[in-house]
Design a binder for this molecule. Sequence first.
Ligand code: AMP
Length: 283
Amino acid sequence: MQTHKTIAETRAACRAARQSGKRLALVPTMGALHEGHLSLVRAARTSCDVVAVSIFVNPAQFGPNEDLAKYPRNFERDQLLLEKENVDLLFAPSLEEMYPQGSVTWVTVEGLSHKLDGRSRPGHFRGVTTVVSKLFHIIAPDVAFFGQKDAAQVAVIRRMVRDLNFPVEIVACPIVREPDGLAMSSRNVFLDARQRSQALVLHRSLMQVKNAWEAGETDAAKLAAAGRDEMKKQNSVRLDYFEVVDPDSLDSVTNVANGALVAVAAFVGSTRLIDNILLPRRG
Ligand code: AMP
């Protein structure tokens, strides 16, 4: 695996791969890798010739009172994990390399960026779309892999790619969970044993919705109420949102017969966790 810290070296390596007719994949990450990240790498490995992974903790997507300073970082371990997955190229730029002094240009997906996590985390998606645009320009992948865990992020990036004509295919991969249902997240390391068990309520609330849906309920308000009721049972967990929305527009739906995204975000202690399920179209 080649590890590059500069844009120039990364560009040269990716250009060489493309010129030899190879199909190039990108898996953007913020490091502190777990099986969720590695599932994206494996999906990339099976469908592309060259797999590039980026590790960059992007300050632009953290709010002033968020966890940028304490976000987990473990570069050597990440490097070893990626070596084992036969990744070809790791791009791990410094802050200065990505945002040289005087950077003032942003990419914003209007509207969508202010829904779900974007509503709770002002400026978050602007940071995401700006850094992902930069990564797409630097690496120029044929395909980029994202996790369905960050469902709103997938919607925002798909819209950006469509609106700005990025020549890249976006693939969303399923959520990887711990055996007890907790969605894997780099932030799970912040949970102590009690919080780790309290955090299971997110998955449980989604399962309540799924059960109601399987029993035939399609009214979005009733499904959301079932999920919120379950969340309330764990009163040490502070709900941020529990929404039933269209997976592309992120707008609320009244009925889920045509399919819907059910998404939850909540604080367990000071750790903000998210999770979701996709309800497929009925019939
Ligand atoms: P992050 O490092 O948190 O920015 O995540 C990098 C990529 O991994 C994003 O596309 C995430 O959606 C994806 N990801 C994170 N956790 C999971 C998970 N549990 N299952 C699948 N994908 C995930």
